[in-house]
Design a protein. Structure first.
Length: 306
C-alpha cells in the first residue's frame, strides 16, 4: 500500500528525511525504508569529512536512524560502534526511538584511492575490526552485542550481526552517493526482517527478489522515495505501511551535560588544569561544539568537591 499525504498537506510540506515502517506477507515480514540525504549532509558539513569518510559515516547514520526507530520504548537509546585497523579508525553513531541520530568518524580526513570496482573504498578505510551494538533500554546496564566485521561494507556486517547476535534473518541495504563536489547527492537504506513462522517459500521468493534488486542510490537518483522502494520490493507480498517518522541529525549536548564530564575528572586533574592552563575546553565529537570553562568555574567545582 502506498502512502498518501493527509488532506491539507502538500508534498513539499512533508519531511525530506523520513523512515517508513511496513509489514508484509500477513505479518511474516517487517521492513523499514529510509531516506537520509539531508541528515547525512548535515553530518558531513559538521565534520568536514572526505568522500570515503562521508560514505562510511552516512551508511552507519542511516542504519542507526532505522535501528533507533525500531526500538520499543521512547526512552530507549541505541549506540553503534565500529572499530577497525584501517585509516578511518572507526565510527560512532547514537540514535533514539524518534529517529534523531548523531555520529562521527575517528579520522574524518582519510583519503583512499577508489576500490577495484571504481567505488569509494569504505571496506579499505575501516579494515579489520568489530561492530558493537549497545542498547540502553532502562536496565541497570545496557544490553550489548558484538560481531567481527565481515566485509567492512557495513550493510553486510549488520546483516551478520542480526543473524548471529539476535538470531533474526535480516536483509540490510545502505547507500550513500557522493557528488563530484564532495556533497551528499543521495543517502538511504532499508532493513527487512523475517519473523518467526515465515514460510520457507516466502523467504526464498524474497531472497530471489533481493538478489536482483537495483542499488538503492540508483533508484533514488531516479526519484524513488521510500514508499516507492517499499512497493517495488514488497508489493507482491501485500505490504502495508504501519508508521513513519522524520529523521534528523541532532545532538543533545548542553553546557550542563558537558560540565558533568569536567566534574568527574577528579580534584587532582582539575588542579593540574588550573596550574597548566587556567581554563578548560571540552569538545563534543558528535556535533563539533566547544565548551569553555574558565578559572572561576573550575575553582568553584573544586570547592564543591572538598
Amino acid at each position: 500500500m502506498l502512502f498518501f499525504a493527509p488532506a491539507g498537506k502538500k508534498e513539499h510540506d512533508m519531511p525530506k528525511d523520513y523512515i517508513i515502517h511496513a509489514s508484509a506477507a500477513d505479518g511474516m515480514m517487517r521492513a523499514f525504508f529510509a531516506v537520509t540525504t539531508d541528515t547525512v549532509s548535515e553530518a558531513v558539513k559538521i565534520h568536514n569529512t572526505t568522500p570515503v569518510a562521508s560514505a562510511a559515516l552516512g551508511r552507519l547514520l542511516t542504519a542507526g536512524a532505522i535501528m533507533g526507530f525500531m526500538q520499543k520504548n521512547d526512552a530507549d537509546q541505541l549506540t553503534l560502534i565500529i572499530r577497525g585497523d584501517g585509516p578511518l579508525g572507526g565510527l560512532v553513531v547514537s540514535a533514539g526511538k524518534d529517529a534523531t541520530v548523531k555520529g562521527y568518524a575517528y579520522n574524518p580526513d582519510v583519503e583512499l584511492p577508489l576500490s577495484r570496482q571504481g567505488k569509494l573504498d569504505v571496506a579499505g578505510a575501516l579494515g579489520k575490526g568489530y561492530l558493537s551494538v549497545i542498547r540502553d533500554i532502562g536496565l541497570k546496564t545496557p544490553v550489548s552485542g558484538q560481531t567481527e566485521l565481515v566485509t567492512g561494507e557495513i550493510a553486510e556486517d549488520l546483516t551478520h550481526y542480526f543473524a548471529n547476535s539476535e538470531q533474526t534473518p535480516t536483509a540490510v541495504a545502505l547507500g550513500v552517493l557522493i557528488d563530484r563536489d564532495c556533497s551528499v547527492k543521495q543517502a538511504g537504506g532499508f532493513i527487512l526482517q523475517l519473523l518467526p513462522g515465515c514460510p520457507e517459500e516466502i523467504a526464498g521468493e524474497l531472497e530471489d527478489k533481493l538478489a536482483e534488486f537495483p542499488p538503492l542510490t540508483a533508484l533514488m537518483e531516479q526519484g524513488k522515495r521510500p514508499e516507492d522502494i517499499m512497493h517495488m520490493l514488497l508489493g507482491e507480498f501485500g505490504c502495508t505501511e504501519i508508521d513513519r517518522s522524520e529523521v534528523n541529525f541532532s545532538c543533545n549536548c548542553t553546557y550542563d551535560r558537558v560540565s558533568r564530564v569536567l566534574i568527574g575528572v577528579g580534584r587532582e586533574e582539575l588542579n593540574k588544569i588550573l596550574e597548566e592552563d587556567g581554563e578548560a575546553t571540552l569538545h563534543c565529537h558528535f556535533c563539533g561544539k566547544d565548551y569553555n570553562f574558565d578559572q572561576a568555574y573550575i575553582e568553584e567545582i573544586l570547592k564543591q568537591t572538598m
